[in-house]
Design a protein around this ligand. Structure first.
Ligand SMILES: Nc1ncnc2c1ncn2[C@@H]1O[C@H](COP(=O)(O)OP(=O)(O)OP(=O)(O)O)[C@@H](O)[C@H]1O
Ligand SMILES: O=C(O)[C@@H](O)C(=O)CO
Length: 458
């Protein structure tokens, strides 16, 4: 069970069970649900037998690491998560994928959706990666990142999931056994969403990409889809669904507790400490993301004079050696590095340098080496007394939480939009940052530590 349980609520069953295909995506969707007043618990991996969710949750989020694994593994792990969520009362399943539709040529969004839709006997699944708060919008089925098409954005250089087609139905059809269609914006805004979904279902289309440029469009979709067994997309549509459910869940809870109706912009989750600033303590930053925003954030750390150590997979491919060298460097800082603040260990590279590493070692191998090294480093840092860990990148963060053996946590305050602190039962504060999220200074501010780092280890 992640963290200390929230106090019981009258909601007997869990309305939304979310399966996220990576860890930072899970934190993004969890905070979108929580923001709308849903009491939300986050698990890293499907909980083992005998693990019960905290009582009174309105939403359960399972963070998987299935975005880039072989498709059969992605399907099997997603079905396992589905089974656990249904066994724990989830009435609606949300499959959270990336707002930039990150997938390899093999999938895995299509295969996982096919399996989930079959398991839930869902004839039509509505979805959208649109997440206006993160600058992602969908128009006529095309995905935009800021003001450019997906395939013209920095996503075309992604180390594991380069995105070179912006037309979502075509991308999904190339991964799925089923057809995909579009609900154009005019129908979303003109009251024709439900009609269009029925029309697509009648044509034998299984996946419907719903256009959305603003949160208001996602709210319309959320109301329409509130009863659907399976919905998919990024955090934006989850927020739309939660807005539809959140009011009744929060009002029901308040009534049962004899309280006044809550202000849903300031959800009363009976967890006041979660909104408090993150406790101090030794901090460290790990960055394995090569996304454009992370590169800027790494540069900001270095420019500010933070101690920084780069992992170089070209010179060393043994993760244990890479990690040992990085930890020896950390030890050499003596825990003080006066005025220098929390250190950074990173493997992030610009596209050209990244290409050279991938050509020399192979994309999958270099990623596996660096993820494993960063996981080991995270464990070593925690053994040395670090209690606040900032990790950039979804695959990277998946490796970090797996290495730490953290089962889950409670969603705390947001350091940036979609980037909440996670409080674990063992007293760690984790900030798992999606590659492209946060402003340029996020890694700096999140790891700010006013005094000398506390050291308890070697
Ligand atoms: N120097 C490098 N050479 C080769 N691969 C690298 C290098 N640095 C990082 N990688 C790999 O690139 C991948 C980056 O993916 P990750 O999910 O961590 O970041 P992201 O895609 O930017 O984040 P998000 O999924 O949250 O958007 C990881 O598998 C990482 O190990
Ligand atoms: O949707 C997003 O962009 C993020 O939550 C994410 O999935 C990053 O991996």
């Amino acid at each position: 069970m992640p963290g200390s349980p929230p106090s019981p609520s009258p909601a007997a069953a869990t309305p939304i069970g979310t399966i996220a295909d990576d860890v930072t995506g899970a934190t993004d969707v969890a905070v979108a649900l929580r923001r709308r007043g849903l009491r939300t618990a986050l698990f890293f991996g499907t909980p083992g037998p005998g693990t019960e969710p905290p009582p009174g949750c309105d939403a359960l989020v399972i963070a998987l690491k299935t975005r880039t694994v072989p498709r059969a593994d992605a399907v099997a792990r997603s079905l396992e998560a589905l089974e656990w969520l249904r066994a724990h009362g989830a009435r609606q399943i949300y499959f959270k994928y990336c707002s930039t539709f990150d997938s390899t040529a093999e999938g895995n969004i299509g295969p996982v959706l096919d399996a989930l839709a079959d398991a839930l006997a869902a004839p039509l699944v509505a979805m959208t990666p649109s997440s206006p708060e993160h600058g992602r919008t969908q128009y006529h089925g095309y995905l935009f990142v800021g003001d450019v098409l997906l395939a013209e954005s920095a996503m075309r250089h992604h180390p594991l999931t380069p995105m070179t087609d912006s037309y979502l139905p075509r991308v999904l059809e190339s991964q799925s056994a089923h057809r995909a269609g579009v609900v154009p914006l005019a129908q979303v805004r003109g009251g024709g969403l439900g009609r269009r979904l029925a029309e697509l279902a009648g044509q034998g289309v299984r996946y419907a990409f719903v256009d959305a440029l603003e949160d208001a469009d996602l709210a319309v979709a959320g109301r329409e889809l509130a009863g659907a067994p399976l919905v998919a997309g990024a955090a934006g549509l989850a927020g739309g669904l939660a807005a539809a459910l959140g009011r009744s869940a929060a009002l029901g809870r308040a009534a049962a507790l004899g309280r006044a109706a809550p202000d849903l912009d300031e959800p009363d989750l009976d967890e006041p400490d979660l909104d408090e600033p993150v406790p101090g303590g030794a901090a460290a930053v790990l960055a394995g993301s090569c996304s454009a925003r992370t590169l800027e954030q790494v540069e900001a750390m270095i420019a500010a004079g933070r101690p920084a150590y780069r992992l170089d997979a070209l010179t060393e491919q043994d993760p244990a050696v890479l990690a040992a060298d990085a930890l020896a460097w950390y030890d050499s800082l003596g825990g003080r590095a006066p005025g220098a603040g929390a250190p950074l260990v990173y493997s992030s590279l610009e596209p050209e340098a990244l290409r050279r590493v991938q050509e020399a070692l192979g994309g999958d191998r270099s990623a596996a080496v660096l993820e494993s090294a960063l996981g080991r480093i995270a464990r070593g840092l925690v053994e040395r007394g670090v209690t606040r860990l900032v990790s950039a990148g979804g695959e990277t963060s998946g490796a970090v939480v797996a290495a730490l053996g953290v089962p889950g946590g409670l969603i705390g305050a947001e350091a940036a939009r979609g980037v909440p602190w996670i409080r674990t039962a063992s007293g760690l504060s984790l900030l798992l940052k999606s590659g492209n999220f946060g402003d340029r200074d996020l890694l700096l501010t999140a790891s700010h530590q006013p005094g000398p780092a506390r050291r308890t280890g070697p």
